[in-house]
Each structure stands twice: as C-alpha cells, then as structure tokens.
Design a protein around this ligand. Structure first.
Ligand code: FAD
Ligand code: FES
Length: 258
C-alpha cells in the first residue's frame, strides 16, 4: 500500500462531466499508485479537508482522477480550480477494495457519486477477471449520471437505471442486482453509493461470500485520530466501532451492523 503524504499535485485538467459534476486529473505517480476505493483528503480554503475517492488511476502516465458533485463550499471551490494550478491533497488514504477473484462473476454497483471508485476498480483489475463482468449504474436523473461511456468502453454489460426513467430502466440499481444475484449465486459484488442503497445491497446479498461496500461518512481528520467517522461493525466480542477513514471506507458487507 502506498504511504499517505501531503501532495501538492499539478492539475492536469478539470472538466464538467454531468450537471453539477466535475472530474479533475492530478499529475502524481504517488496518487496513481493508490488502490481503487482509497481516497484523498483535499484542502479547501477555510474548511476542513474534503474526502473524494479516486475515479481513475492511470499508472502509466502517473495521473489520478477525482470526480465530485458540487454540494457546498468545498466542492464548489474545487470546481473553480484552474488547469495548471496545484491542489493540496493528503493521500492516498484508507483501505480500498480487495482485488477481485479472477474466476468469479463480478458485479459493480454504483449510485450517483458512488460510481467513480468502481470505475477505478474496473480500470485496474478488469483485465485480470476472466469471468463475466457487469456494471449497474444508477442516478436520480439521466443528466446526473457519470462515467457510463467509460464503463461501456471496457465491458459489454453495462446496465443503467434512473429514478425517473429519463435514461435506462426506471427504478434503482437494486432491480438489476436482484436478477444478477439470482443468475450468479457465487458472484462477487462491489458497491458504492448512498447509505440507504448500500444497506439494501447488503440485505439483498446476505449470504453471498464476497460483497464489498465503500461507505461515505462525514469526516474530520481523515487519518483515524478524531473518531468523527465511526460506524458499527461486528467484532470478535460483539459490535464495535470502526473508523471509515482508516479501517474503511471499504468494508465487507458481513462486517457491518446496519
Ligand atoms: C471516503 C469518502 C469518499 C467520497 N468520495 C466522493 C466522491 O468521489 N465524489 C463526491 O462527489 N463526493 C464524495 N464524497 C462526499 C464529499 O466528501 C462531500 O460531498 C464533500 O465533503 C462536501 O463538501 P462541501 O464543502 O462541498 O459541502 P458541505 O458544505 O460540507 O456540505 C454540503 C452538503 O453535503 C453533505 N455532505 C457533506 N459531506 C458529506 C459526506 N461525507 N457524505 C454525505 N453527505 C455529505 C452535507 O450534509 C450537506 O448537506 C466522499 C466522502 C467520503 C467520506
Ligand atoms: S475522520 Fe477522524 S477518525 Fe475518521
């Protein structure tokens, strides 16, 4: 695992990718060596750092992507940073996804800004998985969907859902996931998205051995010191607190107490 450090990374590019969503490429081989599912803590003026997952990891050119939705001051400021400028990030942080098993069907389930870390996983491991790979990508509306073409450029089976039916099938990612799970009882599932979606993925896939969820939680320090980000998990002696920033953000679904 790459050791976290403060990196003043050069901004290679920033571009809008959907309504209120931007993606930035940072030049840094150290960040590009991160595991999919890890994140950076971005310094923004006058506020705590802001956690954002890696959306792509280009180890050949030494570039790492981050993709965010503008929701407040920190992400708003980030979207105004110029190409060629420098961004102060602490990372790579946390524990990312484990490598998928090569011979198990693999399903990537992403909701909203939960989609980007799954693309990083596909980019790094897609070629090593010999079994079929499926992606199910969902958003509230079609104009909020991100990275669908990136997935389609790599795999054939990309299913899209929107709550209002404006793109793909109407409904949530859970419908296609239920079908996939019935067809592939021994498959492996990686998911990232809003907490209610992850809770339903965990419920639907109960009993499946390899289900990994990337959680989002409000964060303070980002490095395991302040306990702002804890979630309840199954310990050896009963439920215990785990830090999303340090012990996660990726957890096996069976570890978590909902
Ligand atoms: C490990 C991790 C990875 C993340 N990866 C991404 C990513 O790849 N792309 C992305 O767009 N966002 C991601 N987030 C969420 C992102 O960190 C927040 O949207 C951001 O910190 C908001 O900062 P702000 O100053 O713009 O908004 P604020 O002014 O701080 O908040 C604005 C609104 O966003 C909500 N919000 C703030 N932080 C979070 C959070 N952590 N989870 C849920 N809601 C929040 C607030 O409740 C409020 O309603 C991630 C969060 C975590 C913990
Ligand atoms: S944010 Fe401080 S312990 Fe996780």
């Amino acid at each position: 695992m790459t050791q976290p450090a403060i990196v003043k990374a050069k901004i290679h590019s920033v571009r809008p990718v959907a309504v209120g969503h931007f993606e930035m490429l940072l030049e840094s081989s150290q960040l590009a060596a991160a595991d999919p599912g890890q994140f950076v803590h971005v310094r923004t003026p006058g506020t705590l750092r802001r956690p954002i997952s890696f959306s792509r990891l280009d180890r050949v050119h030494g570039r790492a992507g981050i993709l965010w939705q503008v929701v407040g001051a920190g992400t708003g400021w980030l979207s105004q940073q110029p190409t060629g400028g420098r961004l102060d990030v602490l990372g790579p942080l946390g524990r990312g996804f484990p490598a998928p098993e090569a011979d198990r069907p693999w399903c990537l389930i992403g909701g909203g800004v939960g989609i980007p870390p799954l693309f990083a996983a596909l980019q790094i491991w897609g070629d090593s998985v010999r079994a079929p790979i499926t992606a199910v990508l969902g958003a509230r509306r079609g104009d909020l969907l991100v990275m669908v073409d990136d997935f389609r450029n790599r795999i054939g089976d990309v299913q899209v859902t929107t709550d209002d039916g404006s793109q793909g099938g109407q409904g949530t990612v859970l419908g296609p996931l239920a079908h996939w799970r019935a067809r592939h009882p021994n498959g492996q599932i990686y998911a990232c998205g809003p907490t209610p979606m992850l809770a339903e993925v965990a419920q639907l896939c109960r009993g499946v051995e390899r289900v990994y969820l990337a959680l989002e939680q409000r964060m303070g320090c980002g490095v395991g010191a302040c306990l702002a980000c804890v979630v309840l998990a199954q310990g050896k002696q009963g439920p215990e607190w785990r830090r999303v920033c340090h012990d996660g953000p990726v957890f096996a679904a069976k570890e978590l107490v909902w």
